[in-house]
Design a protein around this ligand. Structure first.
Ligand code: F6R
Length: 364
């Protein structure tokens, strides 16, 4: 039931602190702050390559995870949309882990890709929200998200729970591969455990976002920019806006703007910049200045430190709590979800049942 909420999507956005905490609690041993995976009967330390396959929002979770697997575990990651992966004859070497990410566990292309990998000797890992789904049944390593039923067609809480599971998995793999010691693992766990409170702090800005939604609602096109692990969040922000408000939107890696898309910028185009303060901040801000110099209407999403440094001259800013870069992708999911949600409400579209879309895509 929707309770006090107007839409399932809104309710599911607000459930994130709780369901992310729930999900983390089944992957983290509180006593010694280490990662604990479900019982598995193969040796993770032998994994020398990871192939991640997913669609839509789940694919963007995979994109974020690639940074973590490579950074923590130093295991190379190949990544593809299920609908592309299936038809490109991918190289699947022995010792590979094929990881499938899906809310429903029934997406036809992802399921077919899973079966292809299984037939080609890969170990099958599945990050899935529906425990009774086909993908869950066919997994060697089943990693459930505990987001609870997701009813809004646009995926929200499943995404942040996927990120929580993937971060825990990346740390665990790093430990198994000897790339992370106990103290570093505890540090990762510590940051992950800060996510629920940080998600709550992000949700506190709901009203600010609602009141600036009218600035975005009249736009014909909107761009989203991000860098590093926050680049996939730019793609996710654009997808959310497209699917529920029907405004054309694109996400770009900030540094790619000058290679073409900056030609799109004029006074009519809002540009949403995701830039937590930290190692990538200065570079992203310099891309933002290039956009502003061409008349682009920038909305900066950052923490107080970032907004103080670069917020001036933006048409709006959204303040996030200051968080460790590891959990920034979870926390910055909230403002992009809320922005899409409130813009859709201004436009009066059907938030929970957008046109032309189904919750689970069981056709190829
Ligand atoms: C976007 C959205 C879709 C799904 C995609 C994959 O908001 O919900 O892009 O993420 O259809 O679905 P699952 O995760 O069920 O495989």
């Amino acid at each position: 039931e929707k309770g006090n909420y107007r839409h399932y999507m809104q309710k599911e956005i607000f459930e994130q602190p709780t369901v992310v905490a729930q999900t983390l609690s089944s992957y983290i041993r509180q006593a010694d702050e280490t990662v604990a995976l479900p019982q598995i009967d193969f040796d993770l330390s032998k994994i020398n390559r990871i192939t991640i396959v997913a669609c839509g929002t789940s694919y963007y979770a995979a994109m974020v995870a690639k940074y973590w697997f490579e950074q923590f575990a130093r295991v190379p990651v190949d990544l593809d949309f299920a609908s592309e992966f299936r038809y490109r004859n991918p190289v699947l070497e022995e010792g590979g882990l094929a990881l499938f990410i899906s809310q429903s566990g029934e997406t036809a292309d992802t399921l077919a890709a899973l079966r292809h990998c299984k037939a080609n000797g890969q170990t099958i890992g599945v990050v899935v929200n529906v425990p009774t789904s086909s993908m869950a049944r066919e997994a060697d390593l089943l990693l459930p998200t505990h987001a609870g039923p997701e009813i809004g067609v646009a995926s929200t809480k499943a995404f942040t729970c996927q990120l929580a599971v993937l971060a825990a998995l990346a740390a665990h793999l790093a430990v198994k591969k000897g790339k992370m010691d106990r103290a570093e693992e505890q540090e990762v766990v510590h940051h992950l455990l800060e996510a629920p409170a940080a998600l709550n702090a992000a949700l506190d800005h709901d009203e600010d976002i609602a009141s600036m939604a009218h600035l975005i609602a009249p736009a014909r096109d909107v761009l989203y920019l991000g860098r590093g692990p926050d680049f996939p969040l730019a793609l996710e922000g654009a997808l959310k806006l497209k699917e529920i408000s029907y405004i054309h939107a694109e996400g770009y890696a900030s540094g790619e703007m000058k290679h073409g898309p900056i030609a799109l910028i004029d006074e009519e185009v809002p540009v949403i910049v995701l830039a937590p303060s930290g190692p990538l901040f200065e570079k992203t801000v310099s891309n933002m200045h290039e956009v502003r110099a061409r008349g682009g209407q920038v909305v900066l999403i950052s923490d107080r430190e970032g907004l103080e440094e670069a917020g001036e001259g933006c048409i709006a800013t959204i303040e996030m709590p200051k968080v460790h870069p590891l959990i920034a992708p979870l926390v910055y999911a909230v403002p992009v979800q809320l922005l899409a949600y409130h813009v859709a409400c201004v436009k009066g579209t059907d938030v929970d049942q957008p046109r032309n879309l189904a919750k689970s895509v069981t056709v190829e």
